[in-house]
Structures are given as C-alpha cells and as structure tokens.
Design a protein. Structure first.
Length: 257
C-alpha cells in the first residue's frame, strides 16, 4: 500500500512539475512574442515607408533601415528576459513552483523566441529587398554580417539571429535572477559576466553594437566564416545557458523593504 501511495505521489509531483514548466514557457514565450510583434511590425512598416518617402522626394538610399532592427531587436529580447523573469518569479515560487520548472520554462521560451526573431529578421530583410527592387534601387545589406550573398545567406542570417536573440534573452534571465537574489550592488557585479556574453555573441555573429565597438579594438581580426561564426555563436549560447542556470538554481526571494 505504501509503495502504491509513493508511486501516486511521484506521479502527481511529475504532473505538477510538467504543468508548471508549461505555464512558465507559455507566459515567457507569449509575452515576448506578443510584445515583440509590435516591435517587428513597426520595423516592417518603416522598412516600406522610409524608402518610398525617400524615393518620392527624388533621393536614393544605399541601405535600408534593417540595420536598426539588427542592433535593437536583441536588446528587446534581453529586456523581455529581464521583465518576464522579474514578473513571474515571485508568484511562481510562492505558488509552490520549483526553480527547475522556472529554468526549463525559460529555456524553452528562449528557443521559441530565438527562432521567431530569426524568422522575423529574415522576413524584414526580404521585404526591404523587395521594396528596393520595386523602386529600381540596388539593395545591399548594410552593416557587417556572417553572410551577405550566396544561396545560403538567408539560412545563415536566420541561424545567426536566432542564436543571438536566445543568448540575449537568457542574459536577461540571468540579470533578473541575479538582482532578485543578491540585490542592487552585488547583483550588478555578479551579472557582469552575463553581459560580457552578449558582446561575445555580437562578435561571433559579426553584428550588433558589440562587434561595432569591440571589433576594431581586437586589432581588426578577419571576419569569421559563416560556419565558424555559427559554431562560436552556439558555444556562446551554451555559456549563456550555463550562466542563467546558475543564477536561477541559486535564486532566492529577498524581503521587500
């Protein structure tokens, strides 16, 4: 009888754990995707409107507005990681949810958001290319990247942006969990390594503010090949996974003042 009871308790705990993971995943992914849809929608509108306005005024653009999306979308994903974690952590733990469920749910959400942001960026690039072609301009992707042309440039761009977005989102998770556990001053010191990972993701993808600022400081290193850049980007994502896991695993709630 005791063995049957133990099995039932174990089955109940497993169901509760799975349900908690689904709730965290659903909440984190839904907020990032719904709010992110506004972000990408605004950039899609600007991608069409700005070239048409310039063309109507008799001007010519050498590059479009997608570089702005490339720089800012990753920080948008980072902010979603911070905001969602800070919002759900107290209610999740207070309701009996485990740190493991919180971690797995956030990790799954990072995968979903990374894929969605990669697809959205590729879609905006294709839209901009079509608009430029429609007004008779030659389109060239502005800024650095792992792939500018060739048959696989869309796939490389998607994979690169997906890796970067997931890395930034998990960086936001680590930051929020670190502040929750350690407070303002210690939290700031302990999450600095997570911020370093974000700039490493920029360098690996040859995009973003990290590459623009730190690239020249590294002595003008040759741009990595697409394969090497994606491999390094995956390694940086793995480090971001480990950093976020460590912060969530040791997370504890601090009393309000």
């Amino acid at each position: 009888m005791s063995a049957v009871t133990a099995d039932r308790r174990a089955a109940f705990a497993a169901r509760a754990q799975a349900a908690a993971v689904r709730r965290v995943t659903r909440t984190a992914a839904a907020v990032s995707l719904v709010v992110g849809s506004w972000f990408w929608g605004i950039f899609a509108l600007a991608t069409v409107a700005v070239p048409l306005i310039v063309h109507a005024a008799g001007g010519v653009m050498g590059g479009g507005v997608t570089t702005g999306a490339e720089y800012s979308s990753r920080w948008f994903a980072f902010s979603m990681g911070v905001v969602v974690t800070a919002t759900v952590v107290v209610t999740h733990l207070a309701a009996g949810g485990t740190r493991r469920a919180l971690w797995i749910g956030q990790l799954r959400a990072a995968v979903v958001v990374g894929v969605a942001y990669g697809l959205a960026f590729v879609a905006v690039l294709l839209l901009e290319c079509a608009v430029f072609g429609g007004v008779g301009w030659t389109w060239e992707r502005a800024g650095a990247s792992l792939a500018h042309d060739g048959a696989g440039w869309l796939a490389v761009t998607f994979a690169s942006e997906a890796l970067v977005a997931a890395t930034y989102l998990l960086g936001g998770v680590a930051v929020a969990a670190g502040y929750q556990t350690h407070g303002l001053w210690r939290g700031t010191l302990l999450v600095l390594p997570a911020l370093v990972l974000l700039f490493l993701a920029d360098i690996a993808s040859s995009t973003g503010a990290g590459e623009a600022v730190l690239g020249p400081m590294l002595g003008g290193l040759d741009q990595p090949s697409a394969g090497l850049g994606l491999l390094v980007g995956a390694a940086v994502l793995a480090l971001a996974v480990a950093a976020a896991y460590q912060q969530v695993r040791t997370l504890r709630l601090r009393p309000t003042r």
